[in-house]
Design a protein around this ligand. Structure first.
Ligand SMILES: Nc1ncnc2c1ncn2[C@@H]1O[C@H](COP(=O)(O)OP(=O)(O)OP(=O)(O)O)[C@@H](O)[C@H]1O
Ligand SMILES: [Mg+2]
Length: 374
């Protein structure tokens, strides 16, 4: 947490004509971090990355890199891309088809007027790292999509940039290759200790790669945090729904406690007390209807007779119900469950018990959940 700040956006805005794309955006990237900028199509991810690279100037606020202002309309400062020394790989392959792999990767060093023998060493080194050593003399057009992306990666890394900008670099690759490239990029980042900003609209990509996720919507930050925080503790309905499937259970507010805990009633029986981590404003009022959001994998289904014999689950919430329909789908069951208050939900349940339709069950999940207005 003590790593130095490498890049900072301070109240950055960007418009195209009348349309404001990025609004008062303030973010910070630390040295050595792997940050994913995640958000739906059109939210301003590419625009933000292009401003970092210097391919677009901002209209307001300022961008600071390595302690220096690199873009500030107010001060009339704009450092052009080639003076920023950042590595970048964008969605389209963007390698030069008329050059060999070697020539493509050597290009940034030639621009920097590096001596030939030094270039040779650097290019061979980075080609070995991305696994293309044997293909140095191939024409770029004779490569597969994944290999082309690796060339682009090598070319963006060969001059030892402090920061690597990746804009959906794998979106043209098939699922399997994407997975492989994901792992390679992660290993590469660890090995080189480089700072990476990775733009994607794929939550799995962001979750699996990033030390920190900056979740964007409509040109601003919706939430930022570690993948765990973003996934398990979404603070807005937008983040919650973007990050994966959630089961929403209806309940009523029975009490709002001083310590921030909330008691809810689900089936007209005893109130249960929840610890919520999301901001629910305005504060919920007694008697108001609400929704408890739980990730489906956090829910456990236990046969009633077993649940009653168990103890020591004070940390968990329990709701009673029964199995309405049960579908055997091979590795598990798909069940429609009816809770005592009549609410129904679909769940996948493991083959750990001999489940039957009509069976009484208990739903169990951790007390720490998020509660939302209906
Ligand atoms: N040069 C431009 N001129 C006008 N509008 C633009 C320009 N570039 C982008 N936009 C608009 O800005 C908005 C944000 O675009 P941007 O490319 O940053 O989105 P994104 O988050 O990268 O989306 P995606 O996931 O689809 O790549 C979009 O509505 C887009 O149409
Ligand atoms: Mg984009």
């Amino acid at each position: 947490m003590t790593a130095a700040s490498l890049l900072r956006f301070e109240h950055v805005s960007k418009s195209y004509g009348e349309t404001q794309i990025v609004k008062d955006l303030s973010i910070e990237i630390k040295d050595g971090e792997f940050v994913a900028i995640l958000g739906p199509s059109g939210c301003g991810k590419t625009t933000s990355l292009r401003m970092i690279a210097g391919l677009e100037p901002c209209n307001g606020g300022q961008i600071i890199y390595q302690g220096e202002v690199i873009d500030s309309p107010e001060r009339g400062v704009f450092v052009p891309p080639d003076k920023r020394g950042m590595g970048m790989v964008f969605q389209s392959y963007a390698i030069w088809p008329h050059m060999t792999v070697y020539e493509n990767v050597a290009y940034p060093l030639k621009l920097r007027r590096m001596p030939k023998d030094k270039i040779k060493l650097e290019v061979e080194n980075i080609l070995a790292i991305v696994g293309l050593k044997e293909m140095a003399d191939r024409q770029a057009t004779q490569l597969s999509g994944g290999q082309q992306q690796r060339v682009a990666l090598a070319r963006s890394l060969v001059f030892h940039p402090k920061i690597l900008l990746l804009d959906e670099p794998f979106s043209n690759l098939d699922a399997k290759l994407r997975e492989q490239m994901r792992i390679e990029v992660k290993l590469l980042q660890k090995r080189l200790g480089i700072t990476v900003i990775f733009v994607t609209h794929d939550q799995v990509e962001a979750l699996s790669l990033a030390d920190r996720i900056i979740m964007m919507s409509k040109g601003n930050v919706e939430q930022e945090g570690t993948p765990q925080e973003i996934y398990e503790r979404p603070r807005t309905p937008f983040v919650r729904d973007f990050m994966g499937k959630t089961i929403m259970l209806e309940a009523k507010i029975a009490d709002v406690h001083q310590n921030g805990q909330i008691s809810v009633v689900k089936d007209g029986k005893n109130p249960v007390t929840l610890t919520t981590f999301n901001h629910y404003f305005p504060l919920p009022r007694l008697g108001e209807r609400c929704l408890i959001a739980v990730r489906s994998e956090q829910i456990r289904v236990v046969p009633l007779e077993l649940a009653e014999a168990e103890s020591g689950h004070e940390q968990e919430l329990r709701f009673c119900g029964s199995i309405e329909t049960l579908l055997f789908i091979g590795d598990q069951y798909e069940a429609l469950i009816t809770l005592d208050d009549g609410e129904q939900l679909h769940l996948f349940i493991p083959k750990t018990h001999h489940w039957q339709e009509g069976q009484a069950i208990i739903l169990r999940f951790n007390r720490e959940v998020s509660v939302w207005p209906e």
